[in-house]
Design a protein around this ligand. Structure first.
Ligand code: ACK
Length: 312
């Protein structure tokens, strides 16, 4: 839950409701790195308690373009009122520090992709299961009962938790789309998991120009989002709520497969031609027909909106 004590005026600059006093912010270890820079753990000191936060910062000596994008991200985050399934903005430091800092709520279980992959590692590790046979089908119904018990014991998400993750993401996306905010990079790596398994969509404030600069699209170094993008986003740089729905389908596939990389066995340079020819990922063996329908939603003639998905 968002800790609203942080909105106390005592930790804020007088003239800007989002500007945090730098002496109230303690910056700690690195949580991870992205294309832009680093995310560090930290805390904000209030009169009553210290609030854990995540601090997003640019690399030293950012370019003008990176700075512009970062301020744009801060502005978009300021403009989106809080929602239980979006990472909340806590504040920012744009004056007192040499480079700007973006302070958001801390999600202790990290990003969903790593979270799913570590569950997959635990599931496929024979020592986790002891006597229980785990075929490649992972969540196949014949082993569901044993799996449930083991999942609880080993602190691995159960199938019902995975459905809940998907639903929470749909709720967050429904809210973003209602505000006409297009995410453009919806993927498990950009979704965060909190202590109570609450799911928060992150990086929704990223600049709309992100795909026009080759930095993010290039195939060497860093993540390549092509596998998450709708056809029209790749071919015409068109981003809409419907193209977010396409990415949501890919994200569902990531959830069902516990963090596999989409289109396994397909080389990035072959993907576009395959998609243009109508090729889509097949149903994972452990995926229900109902879930597979959602994975394939893309944008359809009637327009597939998140409000149609949230009844998962
Ligand atoms: O799995 P992680 O630790 O979770 O690795 C990535 C890394 O930073 C780059 O995005 C972590 N991260 C980002 N934002 C947050 C946050 N608000 N709370 C916790 N960890 C975060 C993310």
């Amino acid at each position: 839950a968002v800790n609203y004590t942080i909105t106390e005026p005592s930790v804020r600059e007088q003239d800007d409701e989002w500007e945090i006093q730098i002496e109230k912010l303690i910056i700690k270890d690195v949580l991870g790195e992205g294309a832009f820079g680093v995310v560090r753990r930290g805390c904000i000191i209030t009169e009553n308690e210290n609030v854990e936060v995540a601090i997003k910062m640019l690399r030293d000596n950012p370019t003008q373009d990176e700075l512009k994008q970062f301020y744009q991200e801060i502005d978009i985050m300021k403009s989106v009122p809080p929602h239980p399934h979006l990472v909340s903005l806590i504040g920012c430091i744009t004056r007192a520090n040499k480079w700007p800092l973006l302070v958001v709520e801390y999600c202790s279980k990290g990003d969903l992709q790593s979270y799913l992959r570590s569950a997959w590692d635990k599931l496929t590790n024979p020592s986790v299961f002891g006597r229980v046979e785990v075929p490649n089908t992972k969540y196949a119904s014949n082993i569901l009962y044993d799996l449930q018990a083991v999942c609880i014991e080993k602190n691995i998400p159960q199938p019902k938790d995975l459905i809940s993750f998907a639903r929470q993401i749909a709720l967050g996306m429904e809210y973003l789309s209602s505000l006409k905010v297009i995410h453009r990079d919806l993927a498990a790596r950009n979704v965060l998991v909190c202590e109570n398994n609450a799911i928060k969509i992150s990086d929704f404030g990223l600049s709309r120009d992100v795909y026009h600069n080759n930095v993010y699209c290039k195939t060497t170094g860093g993540k390549v989002p092509i596998r998450w993008l709708a056809l029209e986003s790749v071919t015409h740089q068109i981003y809409t709520t419907q193209s977010d729905v396409w990415s949501f389908g890919i994200l569902l596939w990531e959830i069902v497969t516990l963090g596999s990389t989409p289109y396994p066995g397909v080389a990035t340079e072959d993907l576009l031609l395959l998609l243009k020819g109508g090729y889509r990922m097949e149903r994972p063996s452990n995926c229900s027909d109902e879930m597979y329908v959602l994975i394939q939603l893309e944008r359809n003639e009637k327009g597939a909106f998140f409000s149609q998905i949230i009844y998962l």
